[in-house]
Write a protein of this length. Structure first.
Length: 211
Protein backbone atom coordinates (compact mmCIF):
# COMPACT_ATOMS: atom_id res chain seq x y z
CA UNK A 1 0.00 0.00 0.00
CA UNK A 2 1.40 3.41 -1.03
CA UNK A 3 1.00 6.36 1.31
CA UNK A 4 1.23 9.88 -0.11
CA UNK A 5 3.68 12.44 1.23
CA UNK A 6 0.80 14.64 2.36
CA UNK A 7 -0.77 11.82 4.35
CA UNK A 8 2.57 10.98 5.95
CA UNK A 9 3.04 14.63 6.88
CA UNK A 10 -0.40 14.78 8.44
CA UNK A 11 0.23 11.57 10.35
CA UNK A 12 3.52 12.72 11.84
CA UNK A 13 2.03 16.12 12.63
CA UNK A 14 -0.69 14.40 14.62
CA UNK A 15 1.92 12.31 16.42
CA UNK A 16 3.77 15.43 17.44
CA UNK A 17 0.59 16.87 18.93
CA UNK A 18 0.09 13.65 20.86
CA UNK A 19 3.55 13.88 22.43
CA UNK A 20 5.15 11.23 20.28
CA UNK A 21 3.20 8.06 21.06
CA UNK A 22 0.03 6.42 19.85
CA UNK A 23 -1.32 3.85 22.30
CA UNK A 24 0.13 0.50 23.08
CA UNK A 25 -1.96 -2.40 21.94
CA UNK A 26 -2.60 -5.77 23.48
CA UNK A 27 -1.31 -9.05 22.04
CA UNK A 28 -1.53 -12.62 23.37
CA UNK A 29 0.89 -13.25 26.29
CA UNK A 30 3.60 -15.86 25.83
CA UNK A 31 5.15 -18.48 28.13
CA UNK A 32 2.61 -17.81 30.87
CA UNK A 33 3.43 -19.31 34.25
CA UNK A 34 1.33 -21.35 36.67
CA UNK A 35 1.50 -20.12 40.27
CA UNK A 36 0.12 -22.10 43.19
CA UNK A 37 -1.84 -24.31 40.81
CA UNK A 38 -3.56 -21.30 39.20
CA UNK A 39 -2.91 -20.45 35.54
CA UNK A 40 -4.12 -17.39 33.62
CA UNK A 41 -5.72 -19.26 30.72
CA UNK A 42 -9.12 -17.63 30.22
CA UNK A 43 -9.16 -14.96 27.54
CA UNK A 44 -10.40 -11.54 28.60
CA UNK A 45 -10.81 -8.81 26.00
CA UNK A 46 -9.36 -6.22 28.37
CA UNK A 47 -7.07 -8.05 30.78
CA UNK A 48 -5.39 -10.51 28.41
CA UNK A 49 -5.48 -13.85 30.22
CA UNK A 50 -6.95 -14.43 33.67
CA UNK A 51 -7.36 -17.24 36.17
CA UNK A 52 -9.70 -17.12 39.16
CA UNK A 53 -9.70 -19.38 42.20
CA UNK A 54 -12.99 -21.06 43.00
CA UNK A 55 -14.94 -19.18 45.64
CA UNK A 56 -12.82 -16.02 45.49
CA UNK A 57 -14.84 -12.97 46.59
CA UNK A 58 -12.85 -9.76 46.40
CA UNK A 59 -15.54 -7.89 48.35
CA UNK A 60 -14.37 -9.59 51.56
CA UNK A 61 -10.97 -7.84 51.31
CA UNK A 62 -10.53 -4.25 52.46
CA UNK A 63 -6.72 -4.09 52.55
CA UNK A 64 -4.33 -4.68 49.68
CA UNK A 65 -0.54 -4.39 49.64
CA UNK A 66 1.22 -3.86 46.31
CA UNK A 67 4.73 -5.23 45.84
CA UNK A 68 7.38 -4.23 43.32
CA UNK A 69 7.59 -6.54 40.31
CA UNK A 70 11.07 -7.81 39.40
CA UNK A 71 12.00 -7.88 35.71
CA UNK A 72 12.94 -11.39 34.60
CA UNK A 73 13.38 -10.83 30.85
CA UNK A 74 16.65 -12.58 29.84
CA UNK A 75 17.33 -9.68 27.46
CA UNK A 76 18.28 -7.58 30.53
CA UNK A 77 22.06 -7.98 30.46
CA UNK A 78 23.99 -4.86 31.49
CA UNK A 79 23.84 -2.06 34.04
CA UNK A 80 21.95 0.27 31.73
CA UNK A 81 19.33 -2.44 31.12
CA UNK A 82 19.00 -3.04 34.85
CA UNK A 83 18.59 0.67 35.55
CA UNK A 84 15.79 0.98 32.99
CA UNK A 85 14.16 -2.19 34.31
CA UNK A 86 14.20 -0.89 37.89
CA UNK A 87 12.64 2.39 36.74
CA UNK A 88 9.85 0.62 34.88
CA UNK A 89 9.20 -1.70 37.82
CA UNK A 90 8.71 1.33 40.07
CA UNK A 91 6.42 2.98 37.52
CA UNK A 92 4.20 -0.09 37.30
CA UNK A 93 4.01 -0.42 41.09
CA UNK A 94 3.10 3.25 41.53
CA UNK A 95 0.46 3.09 38.80
CA UNK A 96 -1.13 -0.01 40.33
CA UNK A 97 -1.26 1.67 43.75
CA UNK A 98 -2.78 4.82 42.25
CA UNK A 99 -5.38 2.92 40.27
CA UNK A 100 -6.38 0.67 43.17
CA UNK A 101 -6.79 3.68 45.44
CA UNK A 102 -8.93 5.31 42.76
CA UNK A 103 -11.45 2.47 43.00
CA UNK A 104 -12.41 3.54 46.51
CA UNK A 105 -13.09 -0.13 47.26
CA UNK A 106 -10.29 -0.71 49.78
CA UNK A 107 -9.88 0.95 53.15
CA UNK A 108 -6.11 0.77 52.68
CA UNK A 109 -3.84 0.34 49.64
CA UNK A 110 -0.21 -0.05 50.70
CA UNK A 111 2.83 0.62 48.54
CA UNK A 112 5.33 -1.89 49.94
CA UNK A 113 8.28 0.12 48.60
CA UNK A 114 7.28 3.08 50.76
CA UNK A 115 5.70 1.62 53.87
CA UNK A 116 6.57 -1.19 56.26
CA UNK A 117 3.47 -3.33 56.50
CA UNK A 118 2.33 -6.03 58.87
CA UNK A 119 -1.08 -7.54 58.13
CA UNK A 120 -3.70 -7.26 60.85
CA UNK A 121 -6.69 -9.52 61.52
CA UNK A 122 -8.69 -8.24 58.50
CA UNK A 123 -8.60 -10.20 55.27
CA UNK A 124 -5.75 -8.85 53.17
CA UNK A 125 -4.57 -9.26 49.61
CA UNK A 126 -1.04 -8.90 48.32
CA UNK A 127 -0.56 -7.93 44.67
CA UNK A 128 2.72 -9.29 43.35
CA UNK A 129 4.16 -10.57 40.10
CA UNK A 130 6.90 -10.30 37.51
CA UNK A 131 7.63 -8.32 34.38
CA UNK A 132 8.61 -11.13 32.02
CA UNK A 133 9.14 -9.06 28.86
CA UNK A 134 10.74 -5.63 28.55
CA UNK A 135 12.08 -5.21 25.04
CA UNK A 136 13.15 -1.90 23.52
CA UNK A 137 12.79 -3.04 19.93
CA UNK A 138 14.26 -0.67 17.35
CA UNK A 139 13.34 3.01 17.24
CA UNK A 140 14.75 3.24 13.71
CA UNK A 141 12.57 0.35 12.55
CA UNK A 142 9.53 1.85 14.28
CA UNK A 143 10.18 5.11 12.44
CA UNK A 144 10.48 3.38 9.07
CA UNK A 145 7.80 0.69 9.29
CA UNK A 146 6.12 1.16 12.68
CA UNK A 147 2.64 1.28 11.18
CA UNK A 148 3.18 -2.30 10.05
CA UNK A 149 4.54 -3.61 13.37
CA UNK A 150 8.26 -3.14 12.79
CA UNK A 151 10.66 -2.61 15.68
CA UNK A 152 7.97 -2.91 18.37
CA UNK A 153 8.72 -2.06 21.98
CA UNK A 154 7.13 -4.75 24.15
CA UNK A 155 6.19 -5.39 27.75
CA UNK A 156 4.51 -8.27 29.55
CA UNK A 157 3.49 -8.44 33.21
CA UNK A 158 2.11 -11.43 35.08
CA UNK A 159 0.24 -10.43 38.23
CA UNK A 160 -1.26 -12.38 41.09
CA UNK A 161 -3.48 -11.48 43.98
CA UNK A 162 -2.44 -13.57 46.97
CA UNK A 163 -4.56 -14.13 50.08
CA UNK A 164 -2.13 -13.11 52.83
CA UNK A 165 -3.65 -15.40 55.46
CA UNK A 166 -3.58 -18.58 53.35
CA UNK A 167 -0.67 -17.51 51.09
CA UNK A 168 -2.59 -18.87 48.11
CA UNK A 169 -3.08 -17.01 44.82
CA UNK A 170 -6.74 -16.20 44.20
CA UNK A 171 -6.52 -14.24 40.94
CA UNK A 172 -3.80 -14.32 38.28
CA UNK A 173 -3.43 -12.34 35.07
CA UNK A 174 -1.05 -12.10 32.13
CA UNK A 175 -1.04 -8.91 30.05
CA UNK A 176 1.26 -8.29 27.07
CA UNK A 177 1.55 -5.04 25.11
CA UNK A 178 3.33 -3.87 21.99
CA UNK A 179 3.87 -0.34 20.72
CA UNK A 180 5.18 0.60 17.29
CA UNK A 181 4.03 4.10 16.39
CA UNK A 182 5.42 7.38 17.67
CA UNK A 183 7.18 10.56 16.61
CA UNK A 184 10.39 9.35 14.93
CA UNK A 185 9.44 5.87 16.14
CA UNK A 186 8.87 6.89 19.75
CA UNK A 187 11.23 6.33 22.65
CA UNK A 188 11.00 2.84 24.18
CA UNK A 189 10.68 4.22 27.71
CA UNK A 190 7.65 6.28 26.68
CA UNK A 191 6.08 3.20 25.10
CA UNK A 192 6.77 1.13 28.21
CA UNK A 193 5.26 3.79 30.48
CA UNK A 194 2.14 3.87 28.36
CA UNK A 195 1.92 0.08 28.36
CA UNK A 196 2.19 -0.13 32.14
CA UNK A 197 -0.34 2.64 32.61
CA UNK A 198 -2.73 0.69 30.37
CA UNK A 199 -2.09 -2.48 32.38
CA UNK A 200 -2.79 -0.68 35.66
CA UNK A 201 -5.96 0.85 34.26
CA UNK A 202 -7.11 -2.58 33.10
CA UNK A 203 -6.43 -3.96 36.58
CA UNK A 204 -8.53 -1.17 38.10
CA UNK A 205 -11.39 -1.98 35.78
CA UNK A 206 -11.14 -5.69 36.55
CA UNK A 207 -11.23 -5.11 40.31
CA UNK A 208 -14.23 -2.83 39.92
CA UNK A 209 -16.01 -5.43 37.79
CA UNK A 210 -15.42 -8.13 40.42
CA UNK A 211 -17.21 -5.96 42.96
Amino acid sequence: MRVSASRLGAMFGALALLGGCIGSYQVPPDNVRTVGGLTPNVEDKDAGLVGLASGFDIKTYKVIAVDKFPVTDPAIKDEDDRRKAAEMSTILQNELVRRLRATGLFSRVVNLSETEFRPGPEQTLRLEGVITRLGEGSQAARFMVGLYGGGAARAQAEMRFVDVQSRQPVLVTADRRRATVGLFGGDAKDHWKESFDDMAQTMQQQVEALH
